[in-house]
Each structure stands twice: as C-alpha cells, then as structure tokens.
Design a protein around this ligand. Structure first.
Ligand code: KIV
Ligand code: ZN
Length: 461
C-alpha cells in the first residue's frame, strides 16, 4: 500500500516576482500568453502582477483574471488601502481572486526603509489584512524579510494577521539569506507558536542569492509548508526565485524523500520555459537543471554509450517527462563510435564497422578543432570520406574500399533473391563543399592520429 502524499500548492510568481528581474518585463499580450501556458502547466495559483505598480500591470492582472478561470489569480499589494483597493479592482471579476498583502517585518527594513516601529508595523499589517478580507475571502500575508526578522516579533505579527483573516501565511526569504535547516526550524517555530496556524496554509518564498532557494523551499515543505512560491526558469529579483521545474521534479524523481504531489503537468514544463525565454529574450542558462539545453545532452562517449543502452544509466528522469522532445547526444571530441554510428543512422547512413572506423577517425580530428560537430559537418564528413572518385574538388583523398562498405538503409531492405537490379547506394548528401566554419576537414590518414590506447577505450564504448 502506498502512503498518502500531501498535496503542495504551486504558486507561480513568474508574472510578478519573475517579471521584476532585469530584462524580463512583459507587456499585456505577453503576460496573457504566458498565463495561458501556466494554466496548461497546471499551477494552482498565478500571481499575475502588482496592480498599483503601473496601469499596464493593472490591465494585465485584469485581463488574466477575466480570461483564466481555473487557477486562483493573485494580485500583490503593499499593506495600505490604495494598493489593496487597486488590487481588488483588478481582481474582482476573477473566478478565484486572492489579494496578497505584504509588509516588511525585519528591524533593518523597519528602521531604514519604512521608518516605523515594531508596534506600528504590527498594527499596519493587521489593519491591512482586515481591510483586504473585507473585499476578498482569500487573503495571503507576507512578512517581507521574514528570515531576518526576530522570531518572537514575527510570530506576534503572524498571530495578528491570522486573527484578522489571512488564509495563507507566506514566509519570504527575501534576500536569499537562510539555509535549509534554519528555514525548516523557522517553519517549525511558526507552526508551534502562531495561534490558529492549523487553519491557514504556510507558504515558502525563497530567493536564490546563495543558490539555495530550491533547497530551502524543500526544507520548508519537510517542516510543514504546503504552498511553494516559485517561477519558471527560476527568474526573479537578483539571483531569482526558487525554480518551479526543479521543485516539482525533485518531488517527482525522489518520492522516497519528498512524498508530496503537485498538480503540475510535467510534459508542459519545457514549453513554459521556452515560451518565457522567447517572450523575454533572456536565454535559459545551458546547464540549468530540467530546462537548460544541456539538461538532457550527453557528450562523453561513455555516457552516450550508456544512455543508448539504457537511458537510466545517466538520466534520472526522461526528457519526455518534462516535455523535452528527446535527449540529445552532443557529438564532440569525447563522443564514442557508438553515438557517432547512431547519429549517422539518424541521418540515413548505416555503415559497417570498417567504414564507421574511417568516419570516426576523421570525426575525432574534426571535433578537436571545432567544439560541436553538427549534422551538416557530419554529412560533409560522410560525403568526403566516401566521395566518389573523380570529383573535381577533392577535399580529402577518397577511400576505395570504404565506399563499398556503405550500407544505405533502403538498399539494406532489398531482398537478396530479387530479380530487380539492386537499388543504387544512396547518393551522398549535397551539403556545401566548404566547411561552414572554414575549418579544413582532417586528412583521412594522418600519422599523428594513430590509434592510441585512449582511442581504443573510446572505440570500445
Ligand atoms: O521576496 C519577497 O519578500 C517578496 C514578497 C513581496 C512576497 O517577493
Ligand atoms: Zn520575492
């Protein structure tokens, strides 16, 4: 019997906190397009914007609230009447509106930014939540900079806002300062000390300044958090927010440690990531977990060989599970014969061992010069290695025996006893004669590239 898994609410703030990252601002049409994708992705809450911030933000939140009806639509407001009224104005026609009120609680913010006392802070938070509650049933409160707030004072503020009607308490690590064990302890303290906490949802909102946003959020979940605030590709203020895809997939790949479930449709993750990148023009870091272009790419020959034999050797989740069409074998100097042969087959060329050896020798030399051997390079290499003799522009001396060894896919299917004349070998690709990078293709027989032990090793995989 499998143990019951707790359901974690995924609160996506790509359109609010994410949009606050440099270069990531979006117009109304773009926000609406992304909001539809977030809906397809299955997030539970979309924080659509900060309506008081600008007319554009107000209109975007309003449009999203009107168009997207399944998830909760949240709008951010500082702890004051004009902000809350503006947020409500934008959200009031949503199927499931939420007002998200925030006020800093750390001494450093109170003293230098807000210039108010702790007592004033507590009263302002309570009054703001009470006012928001008079407009909207669903009210979230965030004590900004919670992780640098005196825990006693934090608990007093949380007591007050729960009493005033907050239904979600979000605990922001605004400056990405905490560490997992400390964040878990803070959640435990809140659960032990705040009155009425059993009737509200505790939420994690972690920034990534020390690269621990996801680890902190997950530690919070372990301590009783049941909503996680996150963004696609981890975008957000400064170093960003906890990444949605990393949180969700950590739970999916390690249910033994994170026995939680979310409503996220994994197969929509990559599309969401790509859409965000396309809209903002901000590329995804290549080695970004889950959504980076190298997340399912294998270049080392040993890895490629393993993945071809069984993807589980080097992949802990399938590319399809997050909507990536397929894992990518990157052909570079670390690649082995096995991967090269497979790629040739994908391009329509099947070689016997000897012919593949010829290609492989020259491939390794080329890969030494250019980092990645793309398909067009490979096609050129195949063409040159097996160039019909008599070519007017021989780049490389043709090999008489190798050409005969090429087995084209269609020819291989011709029955031996057929009365028909055998199908001629597949013509070599008609790619341009010169290398796109102006890099000369390696000579076929090069004394400096005799088979070495290392090569033997790679060839074996
Ligand atoms: O990081 C933060 O403190 C915030 C709050 C507004 C929730 O984004
Ligand atoms: Zn934030």
């Amino acid at each position: 019997m499998t143990a019951e898994r707790a359901r974690i609410t995924i609160f996506d703030t790509t359109l609010r906190d994410g949009e606050q990252s440099p270069g990531c601002s979006m117009n109304q049409e773009e926000k609406l397009r992304l909001a539809h994708q977030l809906d397809r992705l299955g997030v539970d809450v979309i924080e659509a914007g900060f309506p008081i911030a600008s007319d554009g933000d107000f209109e975007s939140v309003k449009a999203i609230a009107a168009a997207i009806r399944r998830p909760i639509i949240a709008g951010l407001a500082r702890a004051c009447r004009p902000d809350i009224e503006r947020a409500w104005e934008a959200l009031r026609h949503a199927a499931r509106p939420r007002i998200h009120v925030f006020l800093a609680t750390s001494d450093i913010h109170l003293q230098y930014k807000l210039r108010i006392t702790r007592d004033q802070c507590l009263a302002q938070a309570r009054d703001a939540v009470r006012f928001a509650k008079s407009l909207c049933e669903d009210v979230e409160f965030s004590p900004e900079d919670a992780t640098r707030t005196d825990p006693d004072f934090l608990c007093s503020v949380l007591d007050a806002v729960v009493e005033a009607g907050a239904t979600t308490l979000n605990i922001p690590d605004t400056v990405g300062y905490t560490i997992p064990s400390e964040y878990a302890d803070l959640i435990t303290t809140i659960r032990q000390r705040v009155k009425g906490i059993e009737n509200v949802t505790i939420s994690a909102h972690c920034h990534n300044d020390l690269g621990m946003a996801v680890a902190n959020a997950l530690a919070g979940v372990g301590a009783g958090v049941r909503q996680v605030e996150c963004t696609i590709n981890g975008i957000g203020e400064r170093a960003g927010n906890a990444s949605l895809e990393e949180i969700v997939m950590a739970m999916r790949v390690r249910p033994d440690r994170y026995a939680y479930e979310t409503g996220v449709i994994g197969a929509q993750i990559f599309a969401a990531s790509q859409m965000l990148s396309e809209i903002t023009g901000v590329p995804v870091q290549p080695n970004k977990a889950i959504t980076g272009r190298n997340a399912f790419a294998h270049e080392a020959g040993i890895h490629q060989d393993g993945v071809l034999k069984n993807p589980l050797t080097y992949e802990i989740m399938t590319p399809q599970s997050v909507g990536v069409p397929d894992s990518k074998l990157v052909l570079g100097k670390h690649s082995g014969r096995h991967a090269l042969g497979i790629r040739c087959e994908q391009l329509g060329y099947t070689f016997d061992r000897r012919a593949l050896d010829d290609i492989y020798r020259r491939f390794v030399r080329l890969a030494d010069k250019i980092k990645h051997v793309e398909d067009h390079h490979l096609l050129e290499l195949i063409r040159d290695t097996h160039k019909p003799s008599g070519s007017a522009t021989p780049l490389i001396e043709p090999i008489a025996t190798a050409q005969a060894a090429v087995v084209s896919a269609p020819a291989a299917n011709v029955p031996a006893a057929s009365a028909e004349p055998p199908e001629p070998p597949r013509p070599f690709p008609t790619a341009p004669q010169t290398n796109a990078f102006g890099v000369p293709l390696p000579a076929h027989s090069d004394p400096h590239h005799e088979q070495t032990q290392q090569e033997d090793y790679l060839w074996g995989v």
